[in-house]
Design a protein around this ligand. Structure first.
Ligand code: HEC
Ligand code: HEC
Length: 351
């Protein structure tokens, strides 16, 4: 009896210690995070990279290593705009004419570390990718059109003028991120992580439970995020919102199941990097479906997207569709049958 007691006591102590270690680990990350919040945005200071070549794009060192032929002041302006977007064009800035965005997000809330983080919608080399044809609007898009795509959808707003200082600053900043030719076409600096999509419908109930375990303590149980300063919300967020009126709209890239799942696996909880993820493919898929089936704004012109409807990705969450699947399947999967159907249709059209 005594030995059983000692063993169980030892087990309890072991469990407690393990729990404590796990807690401490999260706590450490969390407090390091809060430390950074003191007077500036995390996104402005935190550089995530295991690629030493990226360090030269740390804005803090730009004066010591000025890029040739570029306007440094304009680059700095662009960087400020990208990292504190809501202070320039947020929906509550004092000059109503400057309210280009319909929410208070910053571009870098999704394009993390000033667009230099691997698998986080990086802008490294983006100037070499445009102009490019986009199936979404069926047109060749230059960089200005592409930026405005995010203004209208991710930022739920309206386009910036091409000759505005904001736009010129962003493009000058992108030019800087385009100055190391060997980085420009690396896959980690193109878009987000791709997950192995489970061959089943996502489980939004499981997604909710996982959200309440892994995400709520920053983004809130109702997904509304946390402002820097409640009295001055145009300063933006410490933790951006994930759904509701202040989030990206239904037409945004992040509203797609696959894109959000990849973003989550590669970047969340905050601090995670794609080469050492915390959330599995299966879990990221369920969480993404939970988040993306919540209410969010709907832009007016959705039905004009994808003029060639057979080029519509399987996980575009809004119709009209040229297929036989219900809308909910586009939102929560399984996506493989939809992909197969579209491929088949495209093949038949070619005949
Ligand atoms: C809510 C998240 C989010 C926010 C905020 C956001 N974007 Fe994006 N952005 C995306 C996603 C997702 C994509 C990829 C789109 C896709 O998968 O269709 C993207 C793509 C882009 C691209 C094209 C990248 C490439 O490699 O082709 C540019 C340029 C861009 N965004 C600029 C911006 C700018 C500038 C802002 C701020 C005004 C911004 N984005 C805000 C999510 C966001
Ligand atoms: C420790 C805090 C923390 C946790 C936990 C966390 N996030 Fe985030 N999340 C952030 C921060 C901070 C950003 C903005 C990143 C930046 O600006 O550099 C962000 C950005 C995002 C974005 C893009 C911006 C937006 O609002 O649309 C999404 C989507 C997101 N997180 C989803 C999740 C999900 C899903 C989970 C749970 C698996 C999660 N996050 C867990 C802190 C956190």
């Amino acid at each position: 009896m005594k030995t059983v007691k000692t063993i169980s006591k030892a087990l309890i102590i072991l469990c407690l210690q393990l729990g404590l270690i796990a807690c401490k680990k999260t706590e450490k990350k969390y407090s390091a995070y809060l430390e950074l919040q003191k007077d500036t945005l995390t996104s402005e200071t935190q550089i995530f990279t295991s690629d030493p070549n990226i360090l030269k794009f740390n804005i803090k060192n730009i004066d010591q290593h000025p890029p040739k032929g570029l306007n440094i002041e304009l680059i700095k302006y662009g960087y400020k705009f990208l990292t504190t977007t809501s202070r320039y064009v947020g929906y509550v800035v004092s000059n109503p004419k400057k309210r280009y965005a319909g929410n208070n997000l910053a571009c870098v809330n999704c394009h993390i570390s000033g667009g230099t983080k691997a698998y986080a919608g990086s802008w490294i080399g983006v100037m070499s990718s445009y102009p490019a044809y986009r199936t979404k609007n069926g047109k060749v898009n230059d960089i200005y059109m592409r930026i405005n795509g995010c203004m209208e959808r991710s930022m739920n707003g309206r386009p910036l003028e091409k000759d505005s200082k904001e736009m010129q600053g962003v493009v000058e900043y992108f030019r800087w991120l385009n100055t190391d030719k060997k980085l420009n076409y690396l896959p980690q600096y193109k878009g987000f992580l791709k997950i192995d999509l489970p061959k089943r419908a996502a489980d939004t109930i499981k997604g909710k439970a996982l959200y309440n375990k892994e995400c709520f303590y920053c983004h809130g149980t109702n997904g509304s995020g946390i402002f820097f300063d409640d009295r001055n919300v145009s300063k933006g967020y410490v933790y951006p919102p994930l759904w509701g009126k202040q989030s990206y709209n239904l037409g945004a890239g992040m509203a797609k199941l696959g894109t959000l799942a990849g973003f989550i696996k590669g970047n969340m909880p905050y601090g995670v990097e794609a080469n050492d993820p915390k959330i599995s493919d299966e879990d990221a898929y369920d969480i993404a479906a939970y988040v993306n089936t919540k209410q969010r704004p709907s832009p007016p012109d959705l039905e004009q997207d994808y003029p060639d409807r057979l080029t519509k990705g399987a996980d575009i969450p809004y119709g009209p569709y040229d297929d036989i699947f219900p809308e909910i399947q586009h939102r929560i999967g399984p996506l493989q049958p939809i992909k197969r159907y579209y491929l088949q249709q495209l093949k038949e059209r070619k005949k």
